[in-house]
Design a protein around this ligand. Structure first.
Ligand code: PMP
Length: 407
């Protein structure tokens, strides 16, 4: 059963109440970015309307107010992830920057020629390229856990690929292209039994269920604000204190120093060591508002609606016939990746758009994964808790029409 107050929830998202090409807009591109509820939009405009000032260095009233709200936002993120300390929360511009930060600091300092970095075959480019850049620079080797036909990881290979040269494991928590929820706790446990740190790419997990970094026991967790119904341009790197403390800074500049002379600079403590320059104050506050909003709705409600939508959509799409689903893991989040036999994904996406339905088509920044399935890309419908059964029905009838147009 779908949740009852869905219409009330949708009222919080003005962007959803529009027409595209004369049809009610059906937004099923949530894996690319989530929509923003009014409390997020209001928190950002309130900051600019009422108390914009730069943070940390000001003695004046508004600067202190902005600093309080900005640091309170960090605490909100700490609780959102159940991190032990607020200094373990580092503001970034998003998932991509978080991974680059870890590769460029931890990786450059602690990895050397011949060391192996383990990732999986379903990584987003953001969790491939920074490691490849590090490999090129340091002579490290990238190892890749293969993906099985149903879109799950080949766990036997995972264990085999761990060697005495493995120095880092970086894994996507939930695949953006397949929806697969990976057995990350098992992977982390194994890596830790060999003293190997683990980074989780949480871009697609942090928007679907509660994250508990202490329970996961990951050493790093990265995600983007815009996927958790917060603003674009802001993200978070969580790192365990023991790792963050021994990592060198990422960028140099104001805010991240303790003292500067022309002879030598000493660095600020955590988290500021990693936050050079004026931070994205407005969007940090906006992200905290998004997290408060999520808690006001409740993960249980959100998860129930998404589960309902995914199950219903999967059932209905398979009834159409001639459609192949990519990613059929029993453990998956609300992503439906598919191809209609004989129809290019771009054609499907373009025609759906004319019907007012927004889906994503292409390689989803996971070209190696598309290569694994020997396809150029898929059509991806991805659901959020504010989507409705009627919207799934619109997608299904759109797909039926497209099939008849081409056959
Ligand atoms: N990893 C995954 C699994 C993603 O889905 C995305 C966004 N599509 C990213 C990383 C990169 O996120 P961002 O572009 O917000 O940095």
């Amino acid at each position: 059963m779908s949740i009852k107050n869905i219409e009330a929830i949708r009222m919080d998202f003005p962007v959803l109440h529009q027409k595209v090409h004369g049809k009610p807009w059906v937004y099923l591109d949530n894996a690319a970015s989530g929509q923003k509820p009014l409390p997020v939009i209001n928190a950002i405009s309130e900051y600019y309307l009422k108390y914009h000032s730069n943070v940390h260095r000001g003695v004046h009233y508004m600067s202190q107010l902005a600093t309080d709200k900005f640091e309170a936002a960090r605490k909100t993120v700490q609780h959102f992830l159940n991190a032990e300390h607020d200094h373990e929360i580092i503001w970034t511009t998003g998932t991509t920057e978080g991974i680059n930060l870890v590769a460029a600091t931890y990786g450059r300092k602690f990895l050397k020629e011949g060391d192996e970095i383990l990732i999986t075959g379903m990584e987003h480019h953001a969790n491939i390229v920074p490691w490849q850049m590090l490999c090129e620079e340091k002579g490290c080797v990238l190892r890749v856990v293969p993906v099985l036909e149903n879109g799950t990881l080949d766990m036997a290979s995972f264990y085999e690929l761990f060697s005495d040269k493995t120095r880092f494991l970086s894994v996507v928590h939930v695949s953006n292209a397949l929806g697969t929820l990976n057995p990350v706790k098992e992977m982390i446990k194994h890596a830790h039994s060999k003293n190997i740190p683990v980074l989780l790419d949480g871009a697609q997990s942090s928007c679907h269920f509660a994250i508990d970094v202490q329970d996961l026991d990951c050493d790093f967790f990265v995600f983007s604000g815009h996927k958790v119904f917060g603003p674009t341009g802001i993200g978070v790197l969580y790192g365990k204190t023991e790792y963050l403390e021994k990592m060198p800074p990422y960028k140099g500049g104001g805010e991240m120093i303790e003292t500067v002379t022309f002879e030598k600079t000493t660095y600020a403590g955590l988290p500021f060591k990693f936050e050079a320059g004026t931070p994205d104050i407005a969007n940090a506050i906006g992200l905290a508002a998004a997290m408060d909003y999520i808690h006001s709705i409740g993960w249980d409600v959100m998860e129930a609606q998404e589960k309902f939508l995914l199950e219903y959509a999967t059932e209905e799409i398979l009834k159409i016939g001639g459609i192949k689903l990519y990613g059929t893991s029993p453990e998956k989040c609300s992503v439906l990746s598919f191809l209609i036999e004989g129809i290019h994904p771009y054609d499907t996406g373009t025609i759906l758009d004319k019907m007012g339905i927004a889906v994503r088509t292409g390689h989803h920044c996971a070209q190696p994964l598309m290569g694994r399935f020997c396809i150029p890309g898929t059509v991806r419908a991805s659901f959020a808790f504010y989507n409705t059964k009627e919207e799934v029905d619109a997608l299904i009838s759109g797909l039926k029409r497209i099939k008849t147009m081409f056959l």
